[in-house]
Design a protein around this ligand. Structure first.
Ligand SMILES: Nc1ncnc2c1ncn2[C@@H]1O[C@H](COP(=O)(O)OP(=O)(O)OP(=O)(O)O)[C@@H](O)[C@H]1O
Ligand SMILES: [Mg+2]
Length: 329
């Protein structure tokens, strides 16, 4: 589909995506990439200039304003700035969509309290948003979005206003929303860390287009598009470059080699025999191995120490086995 705004901004250009029910799908990209517009197309706040949006089998454009209402009720929205009613209590905020949906007072109240308990805020119902921390406010935002028991939750930069620890807590809550309630989540963010912590699949957007899409581990381990590679690099701090590389070179006179560590590719196992065979010693100088979605991922930069010819033989051996990513020197 496409979305062109009057005046010519082509915010979403030829995008085609499918989100499986019950999964968490991330859309990542820099400012202005078209992420928010894409979400607004999914909940029917914007109409595509061409193409169509199907939610749970319903073509939004074909429904009309009246037909859209029950479908919108299946979609919850969470915002970066929380968008809570300041003049209403926490409970009042969560009650609002329930009363709007026509639930009677007692049922709505029971549902709201149950939802507040799920997000860890039971006992806070009488407080006002400004008496809460950012993380708590976002929990209220999530509770309000979940109160009507939607099938889909759309999160627009839901953690961007929060510090790293609070971000982690909100991501953990969203993970529970997905796993325990079975809610499908579409989340947009400019941070790859958020994708890493929560998503099953990810689409990378740039200038209104999706430049890459895939399973999260695969995208981290083998990014195809330069924009994706740059986003992944900033999240993993993988290969040293720039001033860091200069400092490493000043500290370590030997040959520096960066070896990627990817699930299913036995790197270190291949390195030891090569070093032994050529009588080369080594030292770790940078990097490490972490996890993405429970699988190992990282890179290790080592300094090779030995006779020049022997060092080159080790390097050639690493390259020959396809294991050497880049000799940084
Ligand atoms: N209502 C509108 N009218 C005209 N142009 C718009 C409108 N909304 C968005 N745009 C333009 O569409 C493009 C994509 O905007 P969008 O808000 O979707 O990006 P984004 O990826 O969400 O950015 P950010 O990370 O800054 O939130 C931008 O060039 C923006 O200026
Ligand atoms: Mg946006």
């Amino acid at each position: 589909m496409r979305k062109e705004f009057p005046g010519g901004a082509l915010a979403v250009d030829d995008v085609s995506l499918t989100v499986e029910a019950g999964t968490v799908f991330g859309v990542v990209g820099h400012s202005g990439a078209g992420k928010s517009t894409l979400l607004r197309l999914v909940n029917g706040l914007e109409e595509p200039t061409s193409g169509s949006v199907l939610v749970d089998g319903h073509d939004l454009a074909a429904l009309g304003e009246r037909g859209l209402r029950p479908v919108r009720r299946e979609i919850g929205m969470v915002f970066q700035q929380f968008n809570l009613f300041r003049s209403r209590t926490v409970l009042g905020n969560v009650l609002y969509p329930l009363r709007l949906a026509g639930l009677d007072r007692a049922t709505a109240r029971a549902r709201a309290e149950e939802t507040l308990e799920f997000v860890g805020l039971s006992g806070h119902g009488k407080r006002y948003p400004e008496q809460l921390s950012g993380g708590q406010r976002q929990r209220v935002g999530i509770a309000r979005a979940l109160a009507t028991r939607p099938k889909v939750l759309l999160c627009d930069e839901a953690t961007s206003a929060l510090d790293p620890q609070t971000t982690g807590e909100v991501l953990a809550l969203l993970r529970r929303v997905n796993r325990e309630l079975g809610v499908t989540i579409v989340l947009i963010t400019h941070e790859m860390e958020v994708v890493r912590g929560l998503c099953d699949r990810v689409a990378v957007m740039e200038d209104g287009r999706v430049v890459e899409t895939g399973e999260v581990y695969e995208v981290f381990a083998r990014p195809q598009h330069p924009t994706t590679a740059a986003l992944v690099r900033s999240a993993l701090h993988a290969e040293p470059d720039g001033e860091l590389l200069e400092r490493l070179r000043a500290r370590h006179p030997g040959r520096l080699v960066t070896v990627p560590v990817v699930d299913g590719v036995p790197v270190m196992e291949g390195l030891s025999p090569l070093l032994r065979e050529h009588g080369v010693d080594f030292a770790f100088v940078h990097g490490g191995v972490g996890e993405v979605r429970g699988r190992p991922l990282g890179s290790v930069t080592i300094e090779l120490r030995g006779e020049r010819a022997a060092v080159e033989a080790v390097e050639a051996g690493l390259a020959g086995s396809g294991r050497r990513k880049a000799g940084v020197r």
